[in-house]
Design a protein around this ligand. Structure first.
Ligand SMILES: Cc1cc2nc3c(=O)[nH]c(=O)nc-3n(C[C@H](O)[C@H](O)[C@H](O)COP(=O)(O)O)c2cc1C
Length: 234
């Protein structure tokens, strides 16, 4: 049984709560993962105290967002670069490899979600970029989403080399990492990538792993991953 929590909700707590509200609405069990020191009842109570305020703010924000999206979609029609150039500052790096196309499909789902949320990104397919080109491109990135299928019981060599170089060049320090991968029968690539990456100074936020034939069923998991990647102080 959890102790009753007598602490106030700090400003940071309230900001986090508001972001969780946008994602999870009244799914309180999700909030518990972010506020493990609080009880379900405390979260529920705080939620119903805040909901009216949030709805009002969100309606105003939604109107701004619709106008922005209309302007963005006009721009997007003329874009051919693999880089979303709307917000070139500090983009997210999606770096992946794929042989048969399943991991590519997952990478595309991730990039579409980033695009829809107005988050800029580099889309780096290691079939067309060398490791050196990839590393040169992502110097300014603070968030990485790395993907590999499982082949012969592990990740592809290209991802292994990339991660080794990231570490060797100390590009992994104080960066956030999310991972994705596809597999046929026993997932291994993402686990192995995580083992390589999890070192001092690396923040691992989560992963999306799926069987190749189920890739398209992972939209919610993709949204969730990006949400976690964008959360501050996680
Ligand atoms: C030669 C070969 C080896 C594979 N080895 C594994 C394996 O060890 N474990 C596994 O779960 N799936 C394995 N698979 C299945 C792939 O992981 C799966 O089809 C994956 O989605 C392929 O991703 P891609 O289409 O992006 O290349 C293998 C497939 C092939 C063709």
């Amino acid at each position: 049984m959890k102790q009753r929590d007598t602490h106030q909700w700090t400003v940071q707590d309230q900001q986090l709560f508001q972001r969780l509200y946008k994602q999870y609405k009244n799914d309180f069990s999700e909030y518990l993962k972010f506020f493990p020191q609080r009880t379900y009842q405390q979260i529920r109570c705080f939620y119903y105290n805040q909901i009216y305020k949030y709805r009002k703010t969100n309606n105003a924000l939604d109107e701004q967002k619709i106008q922005q999206q209309q302007a963005d979609s006009a721009k997007r029609a003329t874009q051919s670069s693999p880089v979303n150039t709307q917000q070139p500052i500090n983009p997210v790096a999606i770096i992946f490899d794929s042989v048969g196309g399943s991991t590519l499909t997952l990478a595309e789902m991730i990039s579409k979600e980033l695009y829809d949320q107005g988050i800029s990104y580099y889309f780096i397919d290691l079939r067309t970029y060398s490791i050196e080109q990839a590393l040169a491109t992502v110097q300014s990135c603070s968030k990485f989403i790395l993907g590999s299928p499982t082949y012969n019981g592990s990740m592809l060599d290209s991802l292994k080399k990339l991660i080794q170089q990231l570490i060797y060049q100390k590009l992994h320090l104080n960066k956030k990492f999310a991972l994705f991968g596809t597999f046929g029968w026993t997932e291994a690539a993402v686990n192995d990538m995580k083992t390589l990456l999890v070192k001092d100074g690396t923040c691992f936020v989560g992963s999306v792993v799926t069987k190749s034939e189920e890739v398209l069923n992972n939209l919610k998991a993709v949204k969730d991953l990006i949400f976690r990647l964008q959360l501050e102080n996680q």
